[in-house]
Design a protein around this ligand. Structure first.
Ligand code: PXG
Length: 306
């Protein structure tokens, strides 16, 4: 089925959704993006994702040509036009079309697009059994270079780490920061549980300020679990009781082996499953509705998204 894509103020078919080879998003990775999920007819944490998108853009001096309110309308309308209630959403803003030089001043108009598609879920057995991962040689970017808190289109740092994980025969990598502390995975944040305390690296530890991360900390505190944001090392991971990753695509996923060391009992346990259940419960009620009761489902309200 042909997808409907939002591109620069218009809804077009996937075939018509084309951008220039002079787009600096492609030539230089000059742009920002968000990966968002819709569950049960609601867009999970949409405000938080939009805030991060606008903050990433501000940091790289990219002015998004739509207000956050209009952008919210774009996301909801793209979902409606594709008849999606559960979806993966990719919202992208690039510097736009320029010349072959780096200079962003040569790019007068940012490119904005939104893709919504049905989601490719991770196999359910991964949640029950857990992942094996390795720590990799490529460190996460310096905060002083490209700050990992900017969700930029330049993912080579993470892709290098992913290649190293694949070479080691695993699906995911744990990246350390330039000081050698644990930072995050290539597309997920990391948590460990030690003596019933939930610990995750602080925002300044060369990580993306993950929305799932923040949700999990909130849910854990609600359950009365002590939560700390502090730096820790590979050794701390090896001797943790449990380790898991969090992200929009993966939700919460357990890690049972790191660099050949079995973590805790080698199986995900109670606190992990409780947090995963709380998270899935929250996805039923959080975020704006896609189709409202007045919508017939097929013919949804057509928002002004120009
Ligand atoms: N760290 C990094 C480097 C990420 O890219 C996360 C953490 C988790 O953040 P959220 O806000 O989603 O909880 C991400 C997000 C993929 C994929 O296909 C992953 C992300 C983005 C787009 C695609 O695995 N990661």
């Amino acid at each position: 089925m042909d997808l409907i894509i939002y591109l620069n103020g218009r809804f077009v078919s996937e075939k018509e959704a084309v951008i220039s080879v002079f787009d600096h998003g492609l030539l230089y990775g000059d742009g920002v993006f968000e990966g968002i999920r819709a569950y049960h007819n609601r867009v999970f944490r949409l405000r938080e994702h939009l805030q991060r998108l606008y903050e990433s853009a501000k940091s790289i001096m990219l002015e998004i040509p739509l207000s956050p309110e209009k952008m919210e309308g774009v996301v909801l309308e793209t979902l409606r036009r594709n008849h999606l209630r559960d979806a993966y959403i990719r919202l992208v803003v690039t510097r736009g079309r320029g010349d072959l030089g780096l200079d962003p001043r040569k790019c007068p108009e940012p490119t904005v697009f939104c893709i919504t598609s049905s989601i490719q879920l991770y196999p359910e057995e991964l949640y029950a059994k857990g992942l094996e991962v390795v720590t990799v040689p490529t460190p996460r970017n310096y905060n002083e270079a490209v700050n990992p808190r900017i969700k930029s289109l330049n993912y080579l740092n993470n892709i290098m780490a992913k290649i190293e994980a694949n070479l080691a025969g695993t699906m995911e990598a744990i990246m350390l920061n330039p000081q050698g502390y644990v930072a995050e995975a290539t597309g997920d944040n990391i948590f460990m549980i030690k003596d019933e305390v939930l610990i995750t690296p602080p925002k300044y530890a060369n990580i993306l300020d993950g929305i799932t991360r923040n949700t999990v900390m909130e849910l854990a505190r609600r359950r009365g679990i002590e939560v700390r944001e502090e730096l820790f090392t590979r050794h701390d991971l090896y001797i943790a009781d449990q380790v898991f990753l969090t992200g929009t695509a993966a939700e919460l996923i357990p890690v049972i082996k790191i660099d050949g060391r079995i973590i805790g009992s080698g199986k995900p346990e109670r606190i992990f499953f409780e947090l995963l259940e709380d998270f899935r419960e929250l996805t039923r009620t959080d975020g704006p509705l896609i189709f409202t009761e007045e919508d017939s489902g097929e013919k949804a309200g057509e928002a002004d998204v120009k």
